[in-house]
Design a protein around this ligand. Structure first.
Ligand SMILES: Cc1cc2nc3c(=O)[nH]c(=O)nc-3n(C[C@H](O)[C@H](O)[C@H](O)COP(=O)(O)OP(=O)(O)OC[C@H]3O[C@@H](n4cnc5c(N)ncnc54)[C@H](O)[C@@H]3O)c2cc1C
Length: 399
């Protein structure tokens, strides 16, 4: 299944990615992870750090699933506001969900510090502006709720937004503990660390997910892998029966510009907005702009390169409506499938019927933050420890 089309950017930033052999004979492991995107990579990291014996099997190559299409904004605030969660699932559960994400962001930042600086990870603030006057009231409510629970947030009125950031919008929330990253480099650096921690990697090894027998799974080439625990981090490649009626599939667009002037806007903040679908954009360390948006209710990829480029230019035009005269030149433009959940919460946890099978499906906008949160939840699950957040994200919750 193709997850994206067009021309991507992050793969061009790594000359010699890690490569691994396929599984050629039967294997045995304590933890088997299916999928080598950011979710599988983070799970492998967290579990191998505890001394667990881990095999990660990837049907293709490490890090080239949806993680390669990601625009690399890492934020604790989700696409759904805390005040919206409060209305839908109650204030306390909403607070816990946001707290889970904030903790995950801090864990990501800490983890990155142990990776040796090649990930282009930058702790950077986010600016979430009201697209229209009518959204101000909601942002005021969101701000009050975030402040009530001590989340890192500041309210900027129209004048402050204009003066500090030269953005002409009615108001904005500024948040911190956020970051941006080169997701492919992050996966590569984590892979190096994981190998040091003893993780056994296999590429070109597709696991037959429809044919799991107790503690054994076959590769598509027929080699058995015995496991004590199986973690499914297969991204959008497979829709499991347990969540099939709970998801939303969209198509989304993104682009990366050619390098631009070095001082694009104040503090290189990541910018996004209240409108739906929303525009979002960030910079890179070599002064490119990466932007995304124009989500469509489509389950198929756009294959026509000219149409993809036209969408990229539209997104660039939206950015230039905010920061005129940038003259953005597009280097790479892509579209991708993008899965969400009907309640705005990812699917993480134990299979209710199969005690040693776990899912980490970080559906929704800040999927990479959910990957980190999920790795911590599954670690506790496997160790049989309590976890404050696991009930909120469990797969069999009512939606
Ligand atoms: C355009 C776009 C922009 C995005 N921007 C952001 C962003 O700014 N910030 C953010 O946090 N998130 C963002 N996301 C979401 C984020 O990219 C995803 O949440 C994240 O990459 C999912 O990682 P994953 O490891 O779960 O999936 P993937 O990266 O897709 O990895 C899953 C892997 O499983 C493998 N696999 C599947 N089936 C099998 C099998 N049977 N056997 C073995 N291996 C298998 C696949 O080959 C794949 O490599 C964006 C997504 C898109 C599409």
């Amino acid at each position: 299944m193709k997850l994206y089309s067009g021309s991507l950017y992050w793969d061009k930033t790594v000359d010699t990615p890690y490569r691994f052999e396929k599984v050629k004979e039967g294997k045995r492991t304590q933890v088997l992870i299916a999928g080598g995107g950011i979710s599988g990579t983070l799970c492998a990291n967290v579990l191998s750090a505890l001394g667990m014996d881990v095999i990660l099997a990837e049907k293709n190559k490490i890090g080239i699933g949806s993680s390669l299409a990601s625009t690399g904004l890492l934020q604790y605030r989700s696409d759904k506001m805390l005040c919206e969660f409060a209305d839908d699932i109650g204030e306390e559960r909403g607070r816990l969900f946001y707290r889970m994400c904030l903790e995950a962001m801090d864990q990501l930042t800490l983890l990155n510090q142990s990776l040796g600086g090649k990930t282009e990870y930058r702790s950077i603030d986010s600016l979430y502006y009201a697209s229209e006057k009518k959204d101000v009231e909601k942002l005021v409510r969101e701000y009050a709720l975030l402040r009530k629970y001590d989340f890192p947030v500041e309210f900027l009125n129209e004048e402050q937004l204009k003066r500090i950031y030269q953005i002409h919008k009615p108001c904005a929330l500024r948040t911190w503990h956020d970051a941006d990253v080169n997701p492919y480099r992050l996966i590569q650096s984590l892979t190096r660390k994981n190998i040091e921690q003893g993780v056994r990697y296999y590429e070109n090894t597709e696991l037959d997910l429809d044919n799991i027998k107790g503690n054994m799974i076959l590769t598509k080439e027929g080699h058995p892998i015995q496991f004590e625990n199986l973690i499914l981090t297969t991204g959008y490649s497979k829709i499991y029966p347990i969540i099939k009626d709970k998801i939303i599939i969209r198509r989304t667009y993104a682009f990366c510009s050619k390098p631009m002037k070095d001082d694009l806007w104040k503090d290189d903040v990541m910018v996004w907005e209240t409108k739906n679908p929303y525009l979002y954009f960030r910079t890179t360390m070599d002064h490119r702009i990466i932007g995304g948006g124009l989500d469509e209710d489509q389950k198929e990829l756009e294959q026509d390169g000219e149409k993809i480029m036209a969408k990229a230019k539209r997104i660039a035009g939206q950015i230039e409506a905010i920061f005129p005269n940038f003259g953005i030149q597009i280097d790479a433009a892509w579209n991708a499938l993008f899965y969400g959940s009907k309640d705005g919460i990812p699917f993480i946890g134990k299979d209710p019927d199969q005690g040693n099978r776990y899912y980490l499906l970080g559906y929704e906008g800040n999927g990479m933050c959910y990957s980190m949160a999920g790795a911590m939840i599954l670690k506790d699950d496997i160790l049989g420890k309590p976890n404050l957040y696991k009930d909120i994200v469990r797969l069999d919750r009512g939606i």
